[in-house]
Design a protein around this ligand. Structure first.
Ligand SMILES: C[S@@+](CC[C@H](N)C(=O)[O-])C[C@H]1O[C@@H](n2cnc3c(N)ncnc32)[C@H](O)[C@@H]1O
Length: 328
């Protein structure tokens, strides 16, 4: 029987709460998740699915069951009404597993017997009934240095996260502090699109996303002195010596970051990689406009997906915070 196993330590109820209906279209086929029903005890759920091929609809259910011994969730076809596990049906199971993974930060696809059904991860349209605006900005249409007021439609403090990955920090922070204007600078298209979907689903109107290199963006597109905070969590460490030049935090990057900050504005940096931490903090400390500041108590938590993962593995986490000094 085709199935996918999702690793998680969260209750199935929480995962289902985050899951939204979606529609995917490819050639003459449409896959739609209509609704999800949780059992009373919360250990099982049924996802009502519709696959339409060349105008012919087929309705069936996919079963999600949380295992008692390890909390993993097994996603498979439900027996009633009986359906053949055709490729289009397997694709529905794969899309559903991906949707659960993307909807909740504590979910990872661990195993699948239908690898062929995962054709193009992280590419699906959110249900069009729920969209109507796009937080992912096109850099080309933005012109030179960016007027924050124009892109958010309001005045407000601006905080930027660099390399937001799956976006757990940004989504939580933006929901918590709706008065702040948040920007994600994420270079990888799949992650930028993944975050766009999450922002759309949570209707976080205070978030914008740009898909580009953060160093260049800070240096060339941000009005100097206009940013309240820069969040840099678990940037790729590039541990091999020959790859070091790919690291995000270099003296040039630090100069661009310091320039972007308003006086008193801050940089928050977290990594599990001790050597990268040492080099990056040396670069921050060498900048005349930046001063080390105490790390805030509130930050000692699982800020991002990587932090959650690394802490579970018992890796040490290194944190630093810097403030831009006011001009003399
Ligand atoms: C290791 S992941 C960490 C993701 C997230 N911050 C977390 O802690 O879960 C690093 C992220 O930074 C992005 N990234 C790497 N270099 C970048 C750059 N120069 N500009 C913008 N994003 C970058 C990658 O695409 C990736 O999503």
């Amino acid at each position: 029987m085709p199935h996918v196993v999702l690793h998680t330590s969260s209750p199935l109820r929480e995962l289902i709460d985050e899951l939204e209906p979606f529609v995917v279209r490819e050639a003459d086929t449409v896959w739609r998740l209509r609704d999800t029903y949780l059992s009373k005890g919360g250990q099982h759920a049924l996802a009502e699915c519709l696959v339409v091929i060349a105008g012919r609809p087929q309705r069936f259910f996919v079963h999600l069951a949380q295992r008692a011994h390890d909390a993993a969730v097994v996603v498979r076809l439900y027996a009633s009404p009986p359906v053949e596990p055709l490729p289009s049906v397997k694709r529905m199971i794969a899309l559903l597993a991906e949707a659960v993974e993307r909807a909740h930060p504590d979910v990872e696809i661990a195993h699948s017997t239908i690898r062929e059904a995962f054709t193009d991860r992280y590419r699906y349209e959110p249900d069009p009934r729920r969209t109507g605006w796009d937080p992912l900005l096109s850099l080309e249409t933005l012109g030179g240095r960016i007027e924050w007021e124009a892109i958010y439609g309001r005045l407000g403090e601006v905080e930027i996260e660099i390399g937001s990955g799956k976006g757990s920090f940004l989504v939580a922070a933006a929901a918590d502090r709706s008065d702040v204007n948040f920007l994600s600078i994420e270079r990888a298209r799949p992650y930028a699109e993944h975050l766009r979907d999450r922002v759309n689903r949570h209707d976080l109107r205070n978030v914008r996303i740009v898909r580009t290199d953060a160093g260049r963006f800070l240096a060339e597109r941000v009005v100097p002195g206009s940013v309240r905070a820069l969040h840099i969590y678990f940037p790729d460490p590039w541990p091999k010596k020959r790859h070091r030049k790919r690291r995000l935090i270099t003296p040039d990057f630090v100069a661009a970051a310091a320039q972007a900050l308003e006086p008193g504005g801050e940089i928050r940096f977290v990594t599990d990689h001790a050597k990268y931490f040492a080099r990056a903090t040396a670069a921050f400390e060498a900048h005349s406009d930046l001063r080390a500041a105490p790390v805030l108590e509130a930050e000692m938590t699982d800020l991002t997906n990587y932090e959650r993962k690394y802490r579970a593995e018992g890796r040490p986490i290194h944190r630093a915070r810097y403030q831009r000094v006011p001009p003399p």
